[in-house]
Design a protein. Structure first.
Length: 304
């Protein structure tokens, strides 16, 4: 069994930054990531509020952070943590590839895009349904696309798709967007149509998406809309199950509860980034990752 001082679960902004700090502090440390480095931030079309960059695509920024992290810490991608158990002062991790023992763990496992739960959604992922306009947007240039949702992500996807020449409409279940005002104004200025009080009830197609069934919650009318693509942006669910099974306290929305040192209710167990809830801002996740690693260092030195 490989032994570490600290293992970081997840290689998004929080995990990568925690890794930079843990590695530079001289801790024997490792990041385990079930997919690839970057996390959900990879899918942000453009980031306008990360200090030092006026405007940068999420993928590009996270590539830079990932490269910097690799200078200090090993990152194992495509490896999934299945279970963490407490054994006296050690934490034992089981992944789909190996077993590890560590003194401290930092959960930076972020969130997973929420699904709509309608017929056709699972079937057409990658065949017209996408969660990432920066990855897949160009496939739909000059074609008909809908964005589902009314938050910042939906607004940003719609604006990006519009910018690259996609014919985009927003479908939102209420009569007001919850996105920030500057995004709402931009959507208005660009004339992006919004179907208000409308929910998607079914996705239809053959090899690819061809149409969606929609329902207006106010008028009660049903309709069919011919579309080539659907970008779903209806929020996120925290990936806190493994932590919760270990005994880490979570709140009623399944976010991990930490104190101001990013320590959970369990000794040696820290959490940082979107998994802790809060404002969901990249810079905040990075800051939390850094703070968690500094505090994990103190813990490791105390225990060892
Ligand atoms: P969000 O803010 O939670 O918004 C989700 C949207 O989807 C809401 O408009 C919600 O409708 C709608 N929705 C939820 N479930 C639905 C369902 N089953 N069917 C139809 N619509 C549904 O999620 P997000 O936009 O992904 O953002 C997540 C977090 O990241 C937020 O804290 C956000 O501020 C942050 N973020 C920030 C930036 C930025 O700072 N530029 C960019 C992206 C994301 P209701 O409005 O009716 O609830």
């Amino acid at each position: 069994m490989e032994e570490y001082d600290v293992i970081i679960v997840g290689a998004g902004p929080a995990g990568l930054t925690a890794g930079i700090y843990a590695g530079r502090e001289g801790l024997k440390s490792l990041i385990i990531e079930k997919n690839v480095k970057g996390g959900n931030a990879n899918t942000a079309p453009v980031i306008l509020n990360y200090p030092g960059f006026n405007s940068i695509p999420g993928l590009e920024l996270l590539k830079k952070i990932g490269k910097q992290a690799e200078k200090y810490i090993e990152i194992r991608e495509s490896e999934e943590v299945l279970e963490v158990q407490k054994n006296n002062k050690k934490l034992l991790l089981t992944t789909n590839k190996a077993k590890y023992s560590t003194t401290a763990i930092i959960f930076c496992s972020g969130t997973t895009y929420r699904k709509l739960g309608v017929k056709g959604e699972t079937e057409f992922v990658g065949k017209g349904i996408s969660y990432c306009s920066i990855c897949d947007g160009m496939l739909f240039k000059d074609r008909e696309v809908i964005v589902v949702g009314g938050g910042n992500s939906a607004a940003e996807h719609a604006l990006h798709l519009h910018d690259i020449g996609v014919n985009v409409k927003i479908i939102h279940r209420r009569d007001a967007l919850r996105a920030q005002d500057y995004l709402i104004k931009k959507i208005d200025d660009e004339g992006i149509p919004i179907l208000w009080n409308t929910v998607l009830t079914e996705i239809e197609g053959d090899m690819f998406v061809k149409s969606v069934k929609i329902h207006n919650r106010k008028t009660g009318e049903d309709d069919v809309l011919k579309v080539n693509g659907i970008f779903i942006a209806v929020g996120e669910n925290p990936n806190s199950k493994i932590a919760s099974e270990l005994g880490v306290e979570i709140n009623s929305n399944n976010y991990i509860i930490t104190d101001k040192y990013y320590k959970t209710n369990m000794d040696g167990v820290f959490a940082a980034g979107d998994i802790t809830g809060g404002v969901n801002q990249l810079i905040v996740s990075c800051g939390e990752g850094a703070a968690a690693a500094v505090n994990a260092y103190d813990y490791v030195k105390q225990v060892e």
